[in-house]
Design a protein around this ligand. Structure first.
Ligand code: SAM
Length: 221
C-alpha cells in the first residue's frame, strides 16, 4: 500500500459518501486563494466529526484551531437551533478568511471566532461561564494538545467528547526515542488519558489523502 492508494480510496469515499457542498467548497477555495496551508481535516474525517456531534446531540462545541473554517462549518451545522460553537485561532489572517466562509454558510449567529493564542483565550471563556462543552475538537498547535485536553476536560460534563487530531504523526507516537516536540506531546496526552479516571479513550490510526496519522477520542465519564 502506498500514498497513491490511500489518496485514491479517500477520493472514492468522498465521491460516494461525502456529497459536494457549496459552502464547504467555497471555504476551501477561499483558503487556497488566500494562501492558507491545506491542513484542514479530510472530507471523510470531517464528516465523522459532524456525525459525532450529531450522535451526541451536541449544543456547545469548542474548537482549537480554525484555519479557514472547514471543520468549523461542519461542526456548526451539526448543532440544533440555539447551539453555539466557539473556535480559537491564533492567526488573524486565517480567522478573517474563516469568518467570511462562516458568514457565507449562514452560520455567523452560531459560530464565534476568537483570535489569539488559544491558551490566552481560555481564562476569558471560563470567566464568561461558557461551557461545559459537549464536544471539544483539538486541532491547533500540536505541542499544546495536552494543555488543551486538560482544560477541555475541566470544562466538560459526563458524556462530553474530546477529539484530538494528528496524534499518530506518521507512527512516531510509538517511538519512545523520538525527540520531536509534537510527538512528545501526543505521548504525554496518552499518559494523561491512561492515568485520568474521568475519561475513557481510544486512538484510531488513519491513512488517506493526508498520509498516515490518527485521532484520539475521549469520552468523559
Ligand atoms: C490543522 S489547522 C486547523 C484545521 C481546522 N480545524 C480544519 O480542520 O479545518 C491548525 C490551526 O491552528 C492554528 N494555531 C496554531 N497555533 C495556535 C494557537 N496557539 N492558538 C490557536 N490556534 C493556533 C493555526 O494557525 C491553524 O490555523
Amino acid at each position: 500500500m502506498d500514498q497513491e492508494t490511500f489518496s485514491a480510496v479517500d477520493a472514492f469515499i468522498e465521491e460516494t459518501l461525502v456529497p459536494p457542498d457549496e459552502s464547504l467548497q467555497a471555504a476551501l477555495d477561499a483558503a487556497e486563494e488566500a494562501g492558507l496551508p491545506a491542513i484542514q481535516v479530510s472530507p471523510p474525517q470531517g464528516k465523522l466529526l459532524q456525525m459525532l456531534a450529531r450522535l451526541q446531540g451536541a449544543r456547545t462545541v469548542l474548537e482549537f484551531g480554525t484555519l479557514g473554517g472547514y471543520s468549523t462549518i461542519l461542526l456548526a451545522r451539526a448543532l440544533p437551533a440555539g447551539g453555539r460553537l466557539i473556535s480559537l485561532e491564533a492567526n488573524a489572517d486565517y480567522a478573517a478568511v474563516a469568518a467570511a466562509g462562516i458568514a457565507r454558510a449562514g452560520l455567523d449567529d452560531v459560530v464565534e471566532l476568537r483570535v489569539g493564542p488559544a491558551l490566552e483565550a481560555l481564562p476569558a471563556l471560563a470567566e464568561e461561564g461558557l461551557g461545559p462543552f459537549d464536544l471539544t475538537f483539538i486541532d491547533a498547535d500540536k505541542v499544546n494538545t495536552p494543555n488543551y485536553f486538560a482544560w477541555a476536560l475541566d470544562h466538560s460534563r459526563p458524556g462530553s467528547l474530546i477529539v484530538a487530531d494528528n496524534v499518530v504523526r506518521g507512527g512516531t507516537l510509538a517511538d519512545g526515542s523520538s525527540g520531536e516536540e509534537a510527538t512528545l506531546a501526543q505521548r504525554r496526552l496518552h499518559e494523561m488519558l491512561a492515568a485520568e479516571p474521568r475519561v475513557t479513550a481510544t486512538t484510531i490510526q488513519t491513512v488517506g489523502g493526508k498520509g498516515y496519522d490518527g485521532f484520539t477520542i475521549a469520552l468523559v465519564c
